[in-house]
Design a protein around this ligand. Structure first.
Ligand code: SF4
Length: 334
């Protein structure tokens, strides 16, 4: 979609690619909508340059200056004025990925710099990294200077080298979920459990600072526990034994073997269709998807309200603005 919008491919090639993609088992029609949003964001970004930027898609970048045998793929690189922008499209809707000092994006930006510096030299002064997660409504941007990025690259060289040689220190963190040893790694287990022990030593009530730490550590602990559970189940299913644990059959719910035949049988037995079927409208989101956002807004937009959401805890770095309880208390007063 983005390549089509930027005239990097012809409509016929785009249609053929979509036709092929639709035969893939993972295809979902929602992908067209998210690709459209991604393309729109890129278009807005391109328009923000004073002069038309150079734009390229799906570029392999060489990271071997920093990580032995390292490489990566940049979804989109824009280069214009004095700025290099790299954008990463993420289709997942699990966790919003932060762009701020994101090491993967910084590495890709270093790879992109290596690619374009021979042509553009020191005219590239600023770096912008963007992470677009349309399914989460998350679009994160982070800036630094080329100088800062290069200095960071130098600082990680020895660490990457050590890790590559197998001499690095284990450091557990949110990144563990992407590691093949997630849930199996002793260093990760030690660091997770010691975080809990630190709190257990203190018998008083938690202070606000400790609550902040507990919320962060607790989240990591819960993710680690889930990974250990998955690993334990995998081992038990392979026939290995784990003291005090076994595999049982999970809860299951009844389902029709043939729903149509069952309903026909009930109708034949004299039950009215009104007893068997509910007639309910599609949800707002389903209708918007079926009709198209613009037409939907034109015809039905006046009937849509968005009530204030319930207060929910979020990290200070969350892009949503802070909940204003006073505004909510007085919301219904003229
Ligand atoms: S699971 Fe272990 S090896 Fe993997 S990133 Fe975490 S600490 Fe490092």
């Amino acid at each position: 979609m983005a390549k089509l919008k930027f005239k990097k491919i012809k409509k016929t090639a785009y249609n053929t690619a979509i036709k092929d993609l639709k035969t893939e088992p993972l295809w979902n029609d929602e992908m067209i909508n998210t690709a459209e949003l991604y393309a729109e964001h890129l278009m807005e970004k391109a328009m923000s340059f004073k002069h038309e930027p150079h734009i390229s898609f799906e570029i392999k970048v060489d990271l071997t200056d920093y990580i032995p045998e390292g490489f990566g793929f940049c979804d989109c690189i824009m280069l214009g004025d004095d700025t290099l922008v790299i954008t990463d499209y993420k289709h997942g809707k699990g966790v919003p990925v932060k762009a701020e000092a994101n090491p993967q994006m910084m590495l890709y930006a270093l790879g992109a710099l290596k690619l374009y510096r021979p042509l553009y030299g020191d005219s590239i002064k600023n770096i912008e990294t963007c992470i677009d997660q349309p399914r989460l409504g998350s679009y994160e941007i982070w800036h630094c200077t080329a100088e800062e990025l290069l200095a960071w690259g130098e600082s990680i060289k020895p660490i990457a080298q050590k890790a590559y040689m197998g001499f690095g220190e284990y450091k557990a963190g949110a990144w563990c979920r992407f590691c093949r040893a997630n849930g199996q790694c002793k260093a990760q287990a030690e660091q997770r459990i010691s975080a809990v022990e630190d709190f257990a030593r203190n018998p008083d009530l938690l202070t606000p600072d400790e609550i902040s730490i507990a919320l962060k550590k607790g989240k990591e602990l819960a993710a680690w526990y889930k990974a250990v559970e998955e690993y334990a189940l995998e081992l038990l299913l392979k026939g290995e034994s784990i003291p005090d644990y076994k595999v049982v059959e999970g809860r299951s719910v009844r389902a029709w073997s043939d729903q149509d035949k069952a309903l026909d049988a009930l109708i034949e037995a004299g039950y009215d269709r009104a007893v068997l079927y509910d007639y309910v409208p599609k949800s707002l989101a389903q209708l918007e998807k079926a009709i198209g956002a613009a037409k939907f807004a034109e015809v039905a937009g006046q009937f849509i309200v968005k009530p204030q959401g319930k207060p929910a805890l979020a990290e200070a770095s969350d892009s949503r603005k802070a909940f204003n309880s006073a505004a909510s208390d007085f919301a219904n007063l003229n």
